[in-house]
Write a protein that binds this ligand. Structure first.
Ligand SMILES: Cc1cn([C@H]2C[C@H](O)[C@@H](COP(=O)(O)OP(=O)(O)O[C@H]3O[C@H](C)C(=O)[C@H](O)[C@H]3O)O2)c(=O)[nH]c1=O
Length: 191
């Protein structure tokens, strides 16, 4: 069962020691449409404010859905509709994820994923539904005018990998994904 981009609030049980939360539960997430098995956990640390990682995806046979959360600092996390034939082609849903708010963003297969850091030493942890396959790695330019993300950046501008600096805009991009009939229910700022 496939579903659209979702912002997930993670319940925290507080007490005098601090708090506890379940960040992933197969049955609980399946009940809200995220009915899949994640096979790999990733974590990245970005030292500088304004670090942009993305807009990335993996193509078949190792296309990945992602469940993203910020475990230190804060980010704005983006999902970009890259499904050919989609009525929301190139449109974006995004949300502010932080260690403080515990929120998670679900990014389905067919969407590019990116984030920008809002604090130094920000760490992002995310579950993926297929293993890493470098030969299936792909992406679209962070500054693609057709997508038009208004990145919150420091005066010093973005910090990018050389790989990300070389990604193509949508105009030069042949997407490996086709519209699956699942509308992008939520667009723009999810909170
Ligand atoms: C993604 C990945 C990378 N690597 C190795 C490959 C490179 O030697 C090194 C850094 O990889 P990369 O520059 O692709 O990392 P990011 O720029 O953070 O890429 C990720 O950032 C965006 C936001 C994503 O959604 C993807 O998960 C992924 O594309 O880690 C692995 O060994 N396994 C992996 O799953």
């Amino acid at each position: 069962m496939s579903t659209t981009v979702q912002l997930i609030e993670t319940r925290r049980f507080g007490d005098d020691r601090g708090w506890f939360s379940e960040t992933w539960s197969r049955p609980r997430f399946a009940a809200q449409g995220i009915d899949l098995d994640f096979v790999q956990d990733n974590q990245s640390c970005s030292i500088h404010v304004g670090t942009i990682r993305g807009i990335h995806f993996q193509r078949a046979p190792h296309a990945q859905a992602k469940l993203v959360r910020c475990v230190r600092g804060s980010i704005v996390d983006y999902a970009v509709d890259l499904r050919k034939g989609s009525p929301t082609w190139g449109q974006v849903a995004f949300a502010t994820l932080s260690a403080a708010n515990g929120r998670q963003l679900f990014v389905p297969v067919g969407y590019g994923h990116a984030f920008v850091t809002l604090e130094p030493d920000t760490e992002v942890a995310y579950k993926v539904s297929d293993v890493y396959a470098g030969d299936c790695d792909g992406g679209v330019a962070w500054d693609c005018p057709e997508i038009g993300i208004g990145w919150p950046l420091p005066p010093s501008g973005p910090v990018l990998s050389d790989k990300d600096k070389a990604l193509p805009p949508l105009a030069d991009f042949d997407s490996p994904f086709a519209y699956d009939g699942v509308p992008m229910a939520a667009k723009g700022d999810l909170g």
